[in-house]
Design a binder for this molecule. Structure first.
Ligand SMILES: [Fe+2]
Ligand SMILES: [Fe+2]
Length: 338
């Protein structure tokens, strides 16, 4: 992926140092960004900056940027960004309910259950234009073209309870050993069947902060052992209810005459996630907290914040389209005169 266009002063500095090798000048530049500076930047700048900081651990920006991976000046800046991000995440969910270890799986199933009211998947099923469907795929591409990689960060951090189910889910996400069946590859197929670019980063410039946040939150949790429970909560909410929304996505593409192969990604999730939601809630999170009851609140936090960030990202798309506008950054209104 090419280095993206900066969205404010901090991402400007990060992009400029990533164009050079680590050295005294570049490291000094990173150190000029104070905690107070981080508080003042826009959400777009914050989310892009976090995405840039996590990029080297996924080998995203090419060989030269890899030399930055363990540079202390970069890690220190990332930690200053994470202080603000963590605070925003905690504000997003305010009070955590007292769930109790035994009730956690049922709580997660209820949290992830599809509800009435405004629904992105229902809109895509019934009302969206093909252009809007493509915009939705562009938003999702920052996650689904790397599907499962973010959650895999947690595998070596979990032992015993919950690990077999975690690995089973992740194995399915990686296609169960069958070439071409990785969910990220099925997503590529959807994009190519709809005449879209399949390269990771092709639509990155068009994706707003709310979509980047849904990915950054997994990278953040996955980077720290103390947040391992939050990764599991995130994965559970990603899986629970997914088979239902993917049915809506598939039916939407069918209504829009999408080619058969373009549905495969959604079809796969209708089948796989009906199993994954049970595995995630009961065998993964349930067993994990039974062995690690002190980490119950972290699982609940991860689950609730994931539900909230997902709802915000979905609402962004819906509200843009309702105003007759594109949900892409830098796009002109989709409907003339509105
Ligand atoms: Fe998947
Ligand atoms: Fe899944």
């Amino acid at each position: 992926m090419l280095l993206p266009t900066p969205r404010g002063p901090v991402s400007e500095i990060l992009v400029s140092v990533f164009r050079t090798s680590p050295g005294a000048d570049a490291e000094a530049l990173l150190k000029t960004v104070s905690a107070a500076d981080v508080e003042k930047i826009s959400e777009e700048d914050l989310q892009l900056s976090l995405f840039l900081c996590y990029g080297p651990q996924y080998c995203l920006f090419g060989e030269s940027v890899q030399s930055w991976e363990w540079e202390s000046s970069l890690i220190e800046l990332r930690k200053r960004l994470e202080v603000r991000f963590d605070r925003e995440l905690r504000e997003a969910v305010s009070e955590l309910p007292d769930v109790g270890v035994a009730k956690l799986p049922d709580f997660l199933m209820e949290l992830g259950r599809p509800r009435g009211g405004r629904s992105l998947s229902r809109y895509l099923k019934q009302d969206a234009t093909m252009e809007q469907f493509r915009e939705f795929l562009m938003h999702r591409s920052v996650y689904s073209l790397m599907e499962a990689d973010h959650h895999s960060l947690v595998i070596p951090r979990v032992r015993g309870g919950g690990k077999p189910a975690l690995v089973e889910i992740q194995s399915d996400e990686y296609g169960g050993g069958v070439p071409g069946r990785l969910h990220s590859q099925l997503f590529e197929l959807t994009l190519s069947e709809l005449g879209m670019h399949t390269r990771f980063g092709a639509y990155f410039e068009k994706v707003p902060a709310c979509a980047l946040a849904t990915v950054n939150v997994i990278s953040y949790f996955g980077t720290y052992g103390r947040h391992r429970g939050a990764v599991l909560g995130n994965l559970a909410v990603t899986e629970i209810g997914s088979h239902h929304v993917n049915q809506n996505f598939r039916n939407g593409l069918r209504r829009l005459d999408g080619p058969d192969e373009s549905w495969l990604f959604f079809q796969e999730h209708i089948v796989a996630d009906a199993v994954h939601e049970q595995l995630a809630a009961y065998d993964m999170c349930g067993e994990f907290v039974r062995e690690n009851p002190g980490e119950l609140a972290e699982v609940v936090f991860g689950a609730m914040v994931t539900a909230e960030l997902g709802a915000r990202a979905n609402e962004y798309l819906l509200s843009c389209w309702e105003r007759g506008e594109s949900a892409l950054r830098g796009a002109m209104p989709a409907v003339a005169g509105r």
